[in-house]
Design a protein around this ligand. Structure first.
Ligand code: C2E
Ligand code: MG
Ligand code: MG
Ligand code: MG
Length: 287
């Protein structure tokens, strides 16, 4: 009896694994047609100054409105698109659409409450970084939209840049020279040598959500406080700005502001949402 119960449990686990594999396979094969049919859309999450909560830009976050499964988050399909190479046309679409949107906000609101024109952050996957047309595509998208390069920030994860040699960094350097900001996303989760930061053409560190989470407890974990303090000091000495992600409470925002972080993003300020909402938020004095 016990044996047969155990057997069925394994069968259940196998069936679940099968179902996941089938879904993964189905999603992977559906990706190209989904791009052609326009099933992807972008939500925008405000980026704010920690000092006064004013909105100075937004991060573009892609979603897939799947005809059967409903809205899928990027964690469900970006790894699949990476794997098949579809990330290149998909990423190009996100860049083009987000840059066009940012230019539109700017024409509607030449000056945000934060002072300057609104800026846009776009995530790049490692495959896009390796693609020979990255610089040419980016220049073309910027020129076509009329957005100045200084209003664009490309986010790459720390792990995408670990061990990157000069050849791989060259396109990023070219973009940085044009005025495009490069951000190191999810910083603190990889194993990059801090001294190595100097070598990378980055101007922003995005501190991973795990640090923000540990600021949740009162008092915050003293070791994490020290680490954040150290990262901020190093970043500022290298003239890098520090953004924190995943701010969910006022206490976290306050703590991170005291630790010297510059800008923030998180549910405390606003969840990712449609482009119209960002436009309204950017006009308010503070979120
Ligand atoms: P990311 O770039 O680190 O983006 C931040 C993620 O944290 C987003 O998840 C955002 O919705 C979520 N988030 C923001 N504030 C909070 C908060 O206060 N609490 C919590 N719990 N979460 C918060 P999302 O939209 O699911 O995106 C996940 C990841 O997918 C992104 O992480 C990024 O690495 C990737 N991604 C999204 N869009 C694109 C894209 O267009 N291209 C590529 N290559 N990757 C993308
Ligand atoms: Mg990001
Ligand atoms: Mg991030
Ligand atoms: Mg993250």
């Amino acid at each position: 009896r016990a044996k047969s119960a155990g057997g069925s449990r394994f069968e259940f686990a196998d069936a679940e694994a099968d179902a996941r594999a089938i879904t993964r396979h189905g999603l992977t094969t559906a990706l190209p047609a989904a791009l052609e049919r326009g099933e992807f859309f972008i939500e925008y999450q405000p980026l704010v100054h920690l000092g006064d909560g004013s909105v100075h830009g937004a991060e573009a976050l892609v979603r897939w409105c799947h005809p059967q499964h409903g809205v899928l988050g990027p964690d469900r399909f970006i790894p699949l698109a990476e794997h098949t190479g579809l990330i290149v046309p998909l990423g190009r679409w996100v860049l083009q659409e987000a840059v066009r949107q940012a230019r539109f906000w700017q024409t509607q609101t030449p000056y945000s409450a934060a002072g300057g024109p609104l800026r846009i952050n776009v995530n790049l996957s490692p495959t896009q970084l390796h693609h020979p047309r990255l610089v040419a595509d980016t220049v073309e998208v910027l020129e076509r939209s009329g957005l100045e390069p200084g209003a664009l920030c490309l986010e790459l994860t720390e792990s995408a840049l670990i061990g990157a040699d000069e050849d791989l960094l060259k396109p990023l350097r070219q973009l940085a020279e044009m005025g495009v900001d490069i951000a190191l996303d999810d910083f603190g989760t990889g194993y990059s040598n801090l001294a190595n930061l100097r070598r990378l053409p980055v101007s922003v560190l995005k501190l991973d959500r795990s640090f923000t989470r540990s600021m949740q407890q009162q008092p915050a974990d003293p070791v994490d406080v020290k680490i954040v303090e150290g990262i901020v000091a190093l970043a500022h000495s290298l003239e890098l700005a520090v953004t924190v992600e995943g701010v969910e409470t006022g206490a976290q925002a306050e703590q991170l502001r005291e630790l010297g972080c510059d800008t923030a993003q998180g549910w405390y300020y606003a969840r990712p949402g449609p482009p119209e909402r960002l436009h309204a938020l950017s006009l308010a004095d503070a979120v």
